[in-house]
Design a binder for this molecule. Structure first.
Ligand code: RIB
Length: 309
């Protein structure tokens, strides 16, 4: 199989991670178990995940002129991600994320965008070559929405599939959403985008169909411990999650989205979902965002062990 060319337009953060027995309530002070500073950011995580799975990856994002940016460069560069399109500004710090991870592996995340919000549509128009070289463009909402909109436009013009992993509470209109080839929200994001509660399988399907009505061709719902579901106008496939010992779910969704991008053209959605579920599950078995992302060999071995290679 030839190497997929993936372009990620998105955020790079440094994650300030506290391990806690449980996620605290408002007004509560909990004593933490440990603290770590880890490379993260949904964009950077997806770029690294795709590179570890064997794709040729370029990252288009913005960082500050600081030590956190150096940490990101080392991490992404070390995985072989092309950083030629990365922008640096000196008036904003590299983005940060304050993350609490419970003993059960659940997390709560606050992102302070900093330099991520300096990535403008003009930065994209000036880097059109990156879109022309891409088979798939991966996007999330940790950079300005108008920048995401420009990326969706360029992806379409250049003939690349665009996969929009929602990934934050920024407001996005149905019109912009509908420009994506693939919308891939998690359950709570899908609830927010559609204004509907999602509890049952029927609710998942109804929400996915609403999202399709906005204009996208495909919806892939990330349903966490349940699995994932692909819905198009003439197709509906569910793939159950793999059961694993969860250590930290941070970046599991990013890894899943990266896997979708890497395998999208394979055509068999049942296999694509199963592969992406495996990548997400493996990511959840390790701590931290970028340090937890599996490589292609680990995924193949895992699928073999679970009965499919
Ligand atoms: O999806 C996990 C990521 O969300 C973290 O790495 C954090 O930086 C936030 O962007």
């Amino acid at each position: 199989m030839s190497k997929r060319n993936i372009l990620v337009v998105g955020s790079a953060n440094i994650d300030l991670v506290a391990r806690v027995s449980r996620i605290p309530q408002p007004g509560e002070t909990l004593m933490g178990r440990s603290f770590a500073t880890v490379c993260g950011g949904k964009g950077a995580n997806q770029a690294m995940a795709a590179a570890r799975l064997g794709a040729s990856v370029a990252f288009l994002g913005c960082v500050g002129a600081d030590a956190f940016a150096e940490q990101q460069r080392e991490s992404l560069g070390g995985a072989g991600v092309c950083l030629d399109y990365m922008k640096t500004v000196d008036h904003q710090p590299t983005g940060t994320a304050i993350i609490e991870v419970s003993d059960g592996g659940e997390n709560s995340i606050v992102v302070v965008p900093g330099a991520n919000f300096e990535l403008t549509p003009d930065d994209l128009w000036n880097r059109r070559a990156a879109f022309e070289a891409a088979d798939a463009v991966l996007l999330q909402l940790e950079v300005p929405v108008e920048t995401v909109e420009a990326a969706l436009y360029l992806a379409k013009e250049c003939g690349a599939v665009s996969i929009l992993d929602i990934g934050s509470d920024q407001v996005i209109t149905p019109e912009v959403l509908g420009k994506a080839s693939v919308i891939s929200p998690n359950r709570s994001e899908a609830e927010r985008l559609t204004g509907r509660d999602i509890n049952t399988h029927d609710d998942v399907l109804a929400a996915a169909r609403l999202l399709l009505n906005y204009g996208a061709d495909h919806v892939v719902m990330k349903l966490g411990a349940e699995g994932s579901r692909y819905v198009a106008r003439d197709s509906d496939q569910f793939s159950p999650a793999f059961s694993v010992d969860v250590v930290d779910t941070t970046a599991a969704g990013d890894a899943f989205t990266a896997a979708l991008g890497v395998r999208w053209e394979d055509g068999n959605m049942a296999e694509v979902l199963r592969y992406a579920n495996a990548v997400g599950a493996l990511t959840a078995t390790k701590a931290g965002a970028q340090p937890s992302l599996p490589d292609g060999n680990a995924v193949t071995a895992f699928l073999k062990q679970r009965g499919t290679a």
